[in-house]
Design a protein around this ligand. Sequence first.
Ligand SMILES: [Zn+2]
Length: 122
Amino acid sequence: MKEKDLQNFMNKLLKEKRRLEGELKAFALDLAENQAAWSGEHSYENHLADLGTDTAMRETDVSFEYNVRDLLNRVNDALARIDDGTYGLCKVCGKPIPVERLRAIPWADLCIEDKRKEEMGP
Ligand SMILES: [Zn+2]
C-alpha cells in the first residue's frame, strides 16, 4: 500500500476513534443524569408505572453502547495493524484487502471472500 493511502486511512481511523470515544462519554454522562433523576424525582409508585418503558429504553441504550464499543475495538485494532505493518491485509488468507473496500470500511480486517464466509458461518 502507498504511504499516502496509509496516512489517509490512519487519519480516518483516528477521527472515527475520537468520534466514538465522544459518544461513549456522552452516553456515560446521560446514564449518570438518568440515574440521578431516577433516584431524586420518582416516587415508588411512579417507578412501578414507568418500569415498562424504562426497561425498554435501557435495553436500547445497552445495545447502542455495545455497538459503539465493538466499533471502537475494530478501529483500535486497525490502528494497531498500521503500527505493526499488517494493515490492509486479510486476517485469514493474508492477501491485500482492496483499497476501495478500505475506503468504505477503514477498519476492515477481512477480504470480501473471507468476510462472506464468516457471515455464512462455519
Ligand atoms: Zn481473505
